[in-house]
Design a protein. Structure first.
Lengths: 150, 437
């Protein structure tokens, strides 16, 4: 039997869930012009999305999928290449790290993030950029194009 | 989503595989690799290890009821951290399997199954599960308290009164006390509820290997009660105490953002709300951020949040999100849809907040007489919630009963003079304009 004390949180009245289809992407300027991108996505959703496009799920397939779903466009119109750094799975969540070179930093960069919007009509993707001592949030829903960081 | 581990709780639930304090998992950068196959993506966290361990055991033993119950609680806890639909569904499936395999001496399974159902707002099913469990062992006080909690959610208040009356002497047991406090709160005894939470917290804090998650959850509840009852300093202190334990807890950050918004401290609300958003996408936080951006004149940003809310909640069948419904009504949007949904929900769940929403929706739809009846039910338990009393007062005003309207609006301001950045002032203005009897 499971101790009642240990059911404390599992049954807590304030613990109702409203599960949502979402991903979270963090953009951070680690060094001048060097951007670290970390994407958190539900593993099942990510694998389903990759499986729909790739014969096998591996780093290359995930990277190709993300490059198709994400874009960082510089103010001069050029698109930054997204380089693969790594992936790890933390429970039901995958954490994927990418890198990009943006010599002018994140200000003025147009961001597009459409991960899983082809799977779910209620997908909401949160992108948070941290630069110049501030945090800027952008929300993407299906049909959205790019948004520009101030 | 957040990658926050309830490792202490889960570890202990899982038979001691993990120990200690809940920690936020900070994923390190990993070197690139080119290996192929899904086996590459092994979960590194202890919770993931625990789940893998019990999944393996369950697959080896098709009759292992206890393993399935523990596994269900692990999935449920992980779903709480990440908001994963898949984990929640798996938790329910496993709990049902466990219950099917062994209906006797398997009491914890009923609790877990009921919890998974409640997490999905399937209150009627949860009620049935716990009703059967209590019928099997009527001496189990946790069963009684849990059934009482579900009865509260369903609005079966007489039954809840009876069940909680029978466990009153055991209210200092944490698993009973947290539910008992909820009953006190609904019945307008918020100060007692908060005192009980404080007592439970003090007792747990002195215990051995108590997960930080549990203490932080109590801080959240203490803060919420204080905030709702016009004690922002106390609320802030409780939220801060919880954040000292779990600095990135989205619920605490979201609650603190809400508290800031209610005081009109919009910059703080945005900063805290965005920190919460970095951990988990929660509709309540999106509403706070919408309000903050709208109040500071950032229309584009407010529109972005509004659209995200609409999209996020559009795909959720079944129970509506009540805060979102109130948000829509306050803006005069989708009134008829909310009326229909609210009345439909009342057919299975007749709690005070369901009546409150139905009354407010009917008022917005111009159906004053019906709205009045529902508003009477919404305040019938004397719940110390300023918003509830404010809306009931406005409904009475709409129905032309200025005496009742005055009493309810005054009550709202007594409970919390600053219950909302603009509605508290609206209540004052209405009271000034109402003729004295």
């Amino acid at each position: 039997m499971i101790s009642p004390l240990l059911l404390f949180l599992a049954l807590s009245p304030a613990g109702r869930l409203h599960p949502l289809h979402t991903t979270h992407t963090e953009l951070e300027e680690e060094a001048p012009g060097v951007i670290r991108i970390q994407v958190r996505a539900f593993t099942d959703d990510l694998f389903a999305a990759v499986r729909a496009r790739e014969p096998v799920i591996n780093d290359s397939g995930v990277a190709r999928y993300l490059r198709g779903a994400m874009e960082l466009r510089r103010p001069d119109g050029g698109i930054a290449g997204l380089t693969w750094v790594g992936i790890r799975r933390d429970g039901d969540v995958c954490l994927i790290t990418l890198g990009a070179q943006l010599p002018g930093g994140l200000a003025g960069v147009a961001v597009r993030q459409t991960i899983h919007t082809e799977l779910f009509s209620d997908q909401v993707n949160v992108v948070q950029a941290r630069y110049a001592g501030r945090r800027v949030s952008l929300l993407f829903v299906p049909g959205d194009r790019s948004r520009t960081l101030p | 989503m957040r990658a926050q581990a309830l490792t202490g709780l889960i570890g202990m639930m899982a038979g001691g595989l993990s120990v200690g304090v809940a920690v936020k998992v900070v994923p390190p950068l990993e070197p690139p690799n080119r290996r192929t196959a899904e086996s590459l993506y092994e979960p590194p966290s202890r919770r993931g290890d625990d789940i893998a361990f019990y999944e393996a055991r369950a697959s080896r033993d098709p009759y292992g009821a206890r393993d399935r119950a523990v596994l269900a609680s692990l999935y449920l806890a992980r779903a709480r951290g990440s908001g994963s639909d898949h984990d929640l569904a798996r938790a329910e499936e496993l709990a049902r399997e466990s219950d099917r395999l062994r209906s006797r001496r398997n009491a914890g399974t009923a609790e877990v199954l009921a919890a998974t159902l409640m997490a999905q707002h399937k209150f009627a099913e949860a009620y049935e599960v716990m009703g059967k469990a209590l019928a099997r062992d009527s001496s189990d006080l946790v069963h009684r308290a849990t059934l009482g909690e579900i009865a509260l959610e369903l609005g079966n208040y007489h039954e809840a009164d009876r069940l909680f009356g029978s466990v009153a002497l055991s209210r200092f047991e944490p698993a009973i006390g947290i539910r008992y406090a909820r009953w006190l709160e609904v019945n307008g005894r918020s100060a007692e509820a908060r005192a009980l939470f404080e007592t439970l917290r003090a007792r747990l804090a002195g215990g051995f290997r108590i997960p930080a998650e549990q203490l932080a959850w109590l801080d959240l509840r203490i803060g919420e009660l204080a905030a709702r009852n016009g004690q922002p300093a106390l609320a802030k202190s409780a939220f801060r105490r919880g954040l000292a334990l779990l600095p990135d807890d989205a619920r605490l950050l979201g609650a603190l953002a809400r508290l800031s918004a209610d005081r009109g401290a919009w910059a703080d609300a945005i900063q805290l709300g965005e920190r919460a958003l970095a951990q988990v996408l929660d509709p309540a936080t999106l509403i706070t951020l919408w309000e903050a951006h709208a109040a500071t004149g950032n229309r584009d940003k407010a529109k972005e949040y509004e659209r995200a809310l609409e999209v996020a909640l559009s795909g959720r069948p079944g129970a509506m999100h009540r805060a979102w419904a109130l948000f829509l009504l306050d803006r005069g949007l989708k009134v008829n849809k909310v009326v229909t949904d609210a009345l439909q929900e009342l057919s299975v769940r007749r709690d005070v907040y369901g009546y409150d929403l139905a009354a407010w929706a009917l008022l917005r739809a111009g159906r004053f007489v019906e709205a009045g009846r529902y508003a009477d039910s919404a305040v019938s338990r004397g719940t110390c919630d300023a918003g509830l009393n404010y809306r009931a007062g406005r409904v009475a005003l709409g129905a032309g009963d200025s005496t009742v309207a005055r009493a309810r609006l005054r009550r709202a301001l007594e409970i919390n003079p600053r219950f909302h950045p603009s509605l508290a002032d609206t209540a004052r203005r209405i009271l000034e304009q109402l003729p004295e009897p």
